[in-house]
Design a protein around this ligand. Sequence first.
Ligand code: ADP
Ligand code: MG
Length: 301
Amino acid sequence: MIEVSNISKQVSSAEGTLSILDKINLSLAGGESLAIVGPSGSGKSTLLGILAGLDLPTEGSVSLNGQDITAMDEEGRAAVRAGHVGFVFQSFHLLPGLTALENVALPLELQGDKDALTTAAHYLQRVGLDHRTTHYPRQLSGGEQQRVAVARAFACRPTILFADEPTGNLDTGTGEKINDLLFDLNREEGTTLVLVTHEHNLAARCGQRLVLAAGRQVEESAVKKKPGVKKAVAKKTAVAKPKAKAAAKPKSKAKPKAKAKPKVAANAKAKPKAKPKAKPKAAAKPKAAPKAKARTQGSKR
Ligand code: ADP
Ligand code: MG
């Protein structure tokens, strides 16, 4: 579902060319989870942006659900983002003038979804905020705001959810609840989860880890057993491919979903509480205004 081949990213600066990412490879099956870890400045956010089609590599390719987004123009990438991609950011990125419910409903409304409010209410309930629907972001705690952001991301039923340090602004206990939500929703909805994190225990919960050091992918086999081992490992550049293979197995299980927009089925299951109306929408989604959503995503960044 995500195939990355030899991605490099360089930018020019006054001092010359700066290499931000150097020959990154990875393969992640549908429904699986990947943690991107590494010290600050190692290129994690840059890589996430490229995987999500928000940025382009200088070299190499990225395929999402079999579509090479690096070969597309911006409009093509926007359509793929609108159809498949959700985001959760460290700083929540809620619109201050909208209530929690309106924040979650907005991207759905931009897609032309007539049941946007019903679906938004369902996902707010799912993240435990049904008693906060009419509150504005400033009236919510950091953890509550991030729960709204998680609800907003999942309400669009992305096949892939990207999260950049989703608990970076939260205390440990609150952060853990957000992490639990991400993994629970990931499982319920069959979403593929790619997250950037500094937290070893969070990285350890992911099926696969990619460790970056100064833009390079470093061997991380030891991380499997002992999450705290990242530093010892950061000297050797190597491709963490073996894992990709191991990960490839479960694919067969998870794949059908990705292909057939399993979301509908996944949602049907995950949605017992939603009012019946909310469901048909899933089917209607793909065609609806991809651009409108793309804009939202862009502005979120
Ligand atoms: P991380 O998320 O791991 O902290 P980033 O991906 O944000 O790292 O950045 C990696 C490095 O690339 C940093 O040194 C950052 O300053 C640099 N960088 C990122 N984007 C640009 C850019 N557009 N121009 C110049 N330098 C950049
Ligand atoms: Mg970052």
